[in-house]
Structure formats: structure tokens, C-alpha cells
Write a protein that binds this ligand. Structure first.
Ligand code: ZN
Length: 247
């Protein structure tokens, strides 16, 4: 469909005996991150983005909303504040570019899916993306905007035959967070996880600090990072097919 997007065979899956901590990540030259809110790229995906950047990937970020519906830091200028925070955080993570759409925060699923898909496909084409990085299709926290953003990336990934890799939590971390916070975190059983990487959270923490309106003391974020330790889990939502694989 789009000659600029070449399917990249994911590497590092079966039988990998390499001990290099980041060996499980696919060998993508360019990664398009697709998220719903400013801070998702840092709070959720920050350590994984950093891992891709340290592996030499170019990372571009597409964010669908300005996060204006947050109850934290509520003010008339919150959208502008959060747009600025996103820019700084993405840059701290080493992203090459950031595109911020202005869809309504909290109502992404009411937006025409064809429009969302067009934006993702356009960004993927512009970036020459080899793969898309997203939240798990559960939304991780269950937020409907997260689910809508990922659903769009999955449709586009399938249409363009590019991989879609999703950040997820272990079932046990999610269960613990549900008990402690009441937030409907969703995790995956071990056999549903495709890639486990050991990460360094230093740059993620710098990026998180670029979101002072949201990274408040007592936030669930801090407890989640504590429970996750230095491990991030990923699973394929779209595994690009290659001619040899048939099917
Ligand atoms: Zn979010």
C-alpha cells in the first residue's frame, strides 16, 4: 500500500539465547509511538522509548489529545501547559519529533475512526516507521482513550503490514495495583507476553519530571514503577507477516 513502509521482520523472539538486556526488542530503525495523552509517552512508555533510542532507533511520537480533561492541574490553560510538557518530555527521551492532535480528551472513542487511522497512517508514512509502539489493547489502566488510540494503531499496522508492539503489565503487578488503588489496571498472564526487557529508568524519570502538572506526589505512577522494578513487558498486537511465513 505504501512503498515507504517496509515490513520489518521482528527479531529476538524464539530461541533467543542472547543475554543482552535489550536483545528482545525488534530491530526497528524508526518507531512511531501512538498514545492518547501527554504523559503516556513518559509514564507508560518512557523506559521502552529510551531502550529503543539507546539501541539506535529513531522515535517519533503521535499524541491524540492535549490531556485537557485531567483533574490534576485543572485550569483554562491546561491544554497548553500539557502540550509544552509533552514536547519537553519527548525531547528528554530522545524522540526526534512530536505530533500533537487536538481531539477531545476523554472522548477519543467518539472521534471518527477513519480520521484517527488517517492520522496514524500519515505519521507512520512521514516517519518511515518500521513499527508502532502503543499501550496494550486493554488500555493498561482501562482508560477508554488508551483503548481507542491502540485500536487505531492496530488497524493501521494491519493495513500497512507493520508491527504493533504493546506495553503491558504482568498479571500480578496489575492485580496488586487494583487492590491498592482501585484503578482497573489490566495485566497479562506470562504466556501472553512476547518480550521482556530490562530497562534503565533514568531517562524515563527525567521525562516524568517534565510533566509537573501530572506527576504529583502520591500518584499511582510511583507505586507502579516500584512494583515493575527494572522490567518492561511487551506483546505483539500485530506481527507483520513475511512471505516465507505464508498464512
Ligand atoms: Zn493516558
Amino acid at each position: 500500500m505504501t512503498p515507504t513502509l517496509k515490513p520489518e521482520r521482528p527479531s529476538g523472539s524464539p530461541g533467543a539465547t542472547r543475554r543482552e538486556p535489550l536483545a528482545g526488542l525488534p530491530d526497528w530503525h524508526t518507531v512511531l509511538v501512538v498514545v492518547a495523552h501527554p504523559d503516556d509517552e513518559s509514564f507508560g512508555l518512557g523506559a521502552i522509548i529510551d531502550a529503543f533510542v539507546r539501541r539506535g532507533s529513531q522515535v517519533d511520537v503521535l499524541c491524540f489529545t492535549q490531556g485537557e480533561a485531567s483533574t490534576l492541574g485543572a485550569s483554562a490553560s491546561l491544554a497548553t501547559i500539557r502540550a509544552d510538557e509533552l514536547q519537553k518530555a519527548a525531547s528528554a527521551l530522545g524522540a526526534r519529533s512530536t505530533s500533537l492532535m487536538r481531539h477531545p480528551d476523554g472522548a477519543l472513542r467518539a472521534v471518527d475512526t477513519a480520521q484517527l487511522d488517517e492520522e496514524v497512517a500519515g505519521a507512520a508514512r512521514d516517519a518511515g516507521a518500521d513499527g508502532l509502539l502503543v499501550f496494550d489493547d486493554s488500555g493498561v489502566t482501562g482508560h477508554p482513550d488508551h483503548i481507542a488510540a491502540t485500536a487505531s494503531a492496530v488497524r493501521v499496522g494491519a493495513a500497512l503490514n507493520v508491527g504493533v508492539l504493546a506495553w503491558t503489565l504482568s498479571g500480578s503487578v496489575a492485580a496488586q495495583l487494583r487492590i491498592e488503588t482501585g484503578v482497573p489496571f489490566h495485566g497479562e498472564p506470562e504466556d501472553a507476553v512476547d518480550i521482556s526487557v530490562v530497562v534503565d529508568r533514568t531517562r524515563q524519570r527525567v521525562a516524568i519530571a517534565c510533566h509537573p502538572s501530572q506527576a504529583v506526589p502520591g500518584s499511582v505512577l510511583w507505586r507502579r514503577l516500584e512494583l515493575q522494578g527494572d522490567v518492561e513487558l511487551l506483546r505483539w498486537l500485530n506481527h507483520p507477516s513475511t512471505p516465507e511465513e505464508g498464512a
